[in-house]
Design a protein around this ligand. Structure first.
Ligand code: ZN
Ligand code: ZN
Length: 257
């Protein structure tokens, strides 16, 4: 059994944990050290239980707390060469942190959990997202992608659970108060997935084994939970209440596949 929970999701910090056969991996670590520790406890986890941190890309809402947590709790940090180079360029202290280099085309194991990275179009140096598997069921996570691609859709087909970015609603973004350059960045092909693109992406997947779909990385300015939920429910032809949503402060509680 693979179970997973989110400690928080959104532009102020992302962190998801997954556990199988006693191994816990953390996907993104964008909260402060104390906040990450506090929220792990909320999920019933000790920091010492975390075996690995995967950082999807260098943006602060994914990587901001990673080095500090990795150093404090002696956890190996897995990231691509491009993400590492970008973090080094920002002057992040790497002392005392064990690194595992990720090849975006090659899967790897952390004990019994298989991690399958895949590339996404996003405005970072070498961003990846992940499918996690315990050998029986698969969880896919995709946030921070400007658009979907055939490669993304191949990787996300046949999953048992999907955490899918619903960053913004187009009308709310374009009619909102963000400066034009920022609207163009978010809405561009290397920005973020909006409700409509995620609805289309979900509709294009093999959904025959899906037990959980959770909308994530919602903008607090440019989206509304009900709009994201409605879009994903349309793609599945299901009740809106069946769709889960990850929030910035609470994330979401344990689910299992
Ligand atoms: Zn992000
Ligand atoms: Zn990002």
């Amino acid at each position: 059994m693979l179970r997973f929970a989110s400690l928080g999701s959104g532009s102020s910090g992302n962190c998801l944990v997954a556990e199988a056969s006693g191994t816990v991996v953390m996907l993104d670590c964008g909260l402060t050290l104390t906040e990450t520790e506090r929220r792990l406890a909320r999920c019933g986890l000790e920091p010492s239980q975390v075996s690995a941190i995967l950082v999807a890309h260098e943006h602060g809402d994914h990587a901001g707390g990673a080095f500090e947590f990795a150093a404090a709790h002696r956890v190996t940090l897995h990231l691509t060469h491009g993400t590492l180079a970008a973090l080094k360029a920002e002057g992040k202290a790497l002392d005392g942190v064990a690194l595992g280099m990720v090849n975006a085309r090659q899967s790897f194991f952390v004990d019994g959990i298989q991690l399958l990275p895949f590339t996404v179009p996003h405005d970072a140096r070498e961003p990846v997202q992940y499918v996690l598997s315990d050998g029986a069921a698969k969880l896919g996570v995709i946030t921070d992608a400007g658009i979907s691609t055939p490669h993304v859709e191949k990787m996300l087909s046949g999953l048992g659970a999907l955490v899918l970015e619903c960053n913004y609603d187009r009308d709310l973004l374009w009619n909102g108060s963000y400066p034009r350059w920022l609207k163009e960045r978010i809405g561009g092909p290397f920005g973020h997935l909006d409700n409509r693109e995620s609805e289309r992406l979900l509709g294009a997947l093999d959904r025959s084994r899906l037990k959980h779909v959770i909308g994530a990385h919602l903008s607090q300015q440019n989206n509304r939970p009900e709009l994201a939920r409605a879009a994903l429910a349309r793609a599945l032809g299901c009740e809106e209440s069946w769709i889960g949503l990850a929030t910035q402060d609470e994330g979401f509680g344990w689910r299992s596949i």
